[in-house]
Design a binder for this molecule. Structure first.
Ligand SMILES: Cc1ncc(COP(=O)(O)O)c(C=O)c1O
Length: 389
C-alpha cells in the first residue's frame, strides 16, 4: 500500500494524555494531565440541566452562537481593556487547542518558522509540524525562566520567521511574562514583522501579586496578535471543549476560514450553558484565584516537607519537580514516571515532553485538585524514596 503521511514520524502521541491512560489503568492519582477533580460553578451545571430539555441541540453558527460571542467579547474586553467586536474579532473553537491550530494554519505557509520558548506546552511542537512549519526554540532558564534577549533577537530575525508563540502564564514553567518582557518581545515583533500567537488559557491563575499582561494591549501589537484562550481552566470545564481566538478582523477572517472547515462549530448546548460563566462578576475571578493559591499552598508546603525540590510557579497550576534524588542510574524520566505511577500511584509528566534541552531529572506535577486529593497524593509521595530507590 502507498506510504502514509511522513509528518507522523516527527511527533509522538501526547505523553501528557498517555500518562492519563496509564493513571487510569494503575488506579493512580492523576497529577499529570491538568484538569480539576472539583465541580464547575453551579450556575453552569444548573443552566446545562435546563438546556438538556430546551435546547439548543443543532449546529451553531460556525463562528459561535451570537449570545456566547457577545458575552465573550464583553468579558474579554473588560479584562483586556478594549472594545472587542463579537462579529468580526472573535471565533469560538473546540478548546484553545483548535484556536491555536486554526491560527497557525491561517498565519503561516509551509516552511515558515515559529519561535517557541523551551520549556513549552507539548501541543505546540506537533501543531507546528502539522502546519509544515519549523520550530525555532529559545531557552527559558530556570529557576526564574528568564530568556537571553540576544538569543531571542537572533531567533526572531532568522529568515522565514512568521510568528512567535508564547504561553503566558506558562505551562509548564509557571512563568508570568512581565509587562517589560512582553514590551521587549513586542518591539522585536514590530522590528522583524512577526506575529504573536498567545496561549492565555491560564490568564486568571496568577499568584503573589504577579499581573497578567495581554500582549494585544501593548502599543502596536493589536494588529499582529492572536489571543487564544478557553473556558476549560477558568470555569473548570475542560471536558466542554470551549475555546476561542480573539484577533483583529484582517487576521480573524482567515482564522474563521480554517475553523469553518476543521470543526464547523463548538457544541451549541455547552455554549448556551457557558454564557453563565462569562457573565460572572469580578468577584468570581478573585475567589477563583484565591482557591488556586490555596491549592498551591497545600501542595508546595507538602512537597517541601517531603523534601522534593521544585520550582514555585508565578501562574498556572504546575510545579516542575526535581527527581534527581530518586532517579536510578540509567533510568529515563519516562521510565521513572511510569514506575512512579505503578508503585507510588501518583501520575506526573516526564520533563522531556516539554524541554528541548537535554534534561532527564524533571517532572511536571499539577495541583488543580480537591484538598483531600492533594493530601492523599502527598501522603503517597512521602514514600517516594522507599518505593522508587
Ligand atoms: C498551555 C495550554 N494551552 C492549551 C491547553 C488546552 O486547552 P483547551 O482545553 O482549551 O483545548 C492546555 C491544557 O492543558 C494548556 O495547558
Amino acid at each position: 500500500m502507498k506510504e502514509l503521511s511522513r509528518k507522523n514520524a516527527l511527533f509522538t502521541d501526547s505523553v501528557i494524555r498517555r500518562m492519563t491512560r496509564i493513571a487510569i489503568a494503575e488506579n493512580a492519582i492523576n497529577l499529570a494531565q491538568g484538569f480539576p477533580d472539583f465541580d464547575p460553578p453551579k450556575a453552569l451545571t444548573d443552566r446545562l440541566a435546563q438546556i438538556s430539555s430546551k435546547g439548543p441541540h443543532q449546529y451553531p453558527i460556525t463562528m459561535g452562537a451570537p449570545n456566547f460571542r457577545r458575552a465573550l467579547a464583553k468579558k474579554c474586553g473588560r479584562f483586556m481593556n478594549r472594545e472587542i467586536d463579537p462579529e468580526t474579532e472573535v471565533v469560538v473553537t473546540i478548546g484553545s487547542t483548535e484556536a491555536m491550530v486554526d491560527t497557525i494554519f491561517a498565519l503561516t505557509n509551509p516552511g515558515d518558522k515559529i519561535v517557541l520558548f523551551s520549556p513549552y506546552f507539548e501541543n505546540y511542537h506537533a501543531q507546528t509540524i502539522l502546519a509544515s512549519c519549523e520550530p525555532v526554540y529559545v531557552p527559558l532558564t530556570p529557576p526564574d525562566f528568564g530568556f537571553d534577549r540576544n538569543v531571542l533577537e537572533d531567533a526572531m530575525k532568522q529568515p522565514g520567521v512568521k510568528a512567535i508563540l508564547i504561553c503566558n502564564p506558562s505551562n509548564p514553567s509557571g512563568k508570568v511574562f512581565t509587562h517589560e518582557e512582553l514590551s521587549f518581545i513586542a518591539s522585536l515583533c514590530v522590528k522583524y514583522d512577526v506575529y504573536a500567537i498567545m496561549d492565555e488559557v491560564y490568564e486568571h491563575i496568577i499568584y503573589d501579586g504577579n499581573v497578567h499582561t495581554y500582549m494585544n494591549s501593548i502599543p502596536g501589537m493589536w494588529e499582529r496578535t492572536v489571543s487564544c484562550s478557553s473556558l476549560s481552566k477558568t470555569y473548570s470545564i475542560t471536558g466542554w471543549r470551549l475555546g476561542y481566538a480573539i484577533a483583529p478582523k484582517h487576521l480573524m477572517d482567515r482564522i474563521k476560514q480554517y475553523h469553518d472547515f476543521n470543526t464547523v462549530g463548538a457544541p451549541s448546548p455547552l455554549m448556551e450553558a457557558a454564557v453563565a460563566g462569562l457573565e460572572m462578576p469580578d468577584s468570581y475571578y478573585v475567589e477563583f484565584q484565591a482557591h488556586y493559591a490555596h491549592m498551591k499552598k497545600i501542595f508546595t508546603d507538602g512537597l517541601r516537607q517531603i523534601g522534593i525540590p521544585f520550582t514555585d510557579p508565578e501562574g498556572a497550576y504546575f510545579v516542575l519537580a526535581d527527581i534527581s534524588p530518586y532517579l536510578r542510574r540509567g533510568q529515563s524520566d519516562v521510565e521513572f514516571c511510569e514506575e512512579l505511577c505503578r508503585k507510588v500511584k501518583v501520575a506526573c509528566v516526564p520533563g522531556t515532553s516539554f524541554f528541548r534541552e537535554n534534561v532527564n531529572n524533571i517532572v511536571r506535577v499539577h495541583f488543580a485538585k480537591r484538598d483531600e486529593t492533594l493530601y492523599q497524593a502527598l501522603e503517597r509521595l512521602s514514600h517516594i524514596k522507599e518505593k522508587m530507590l
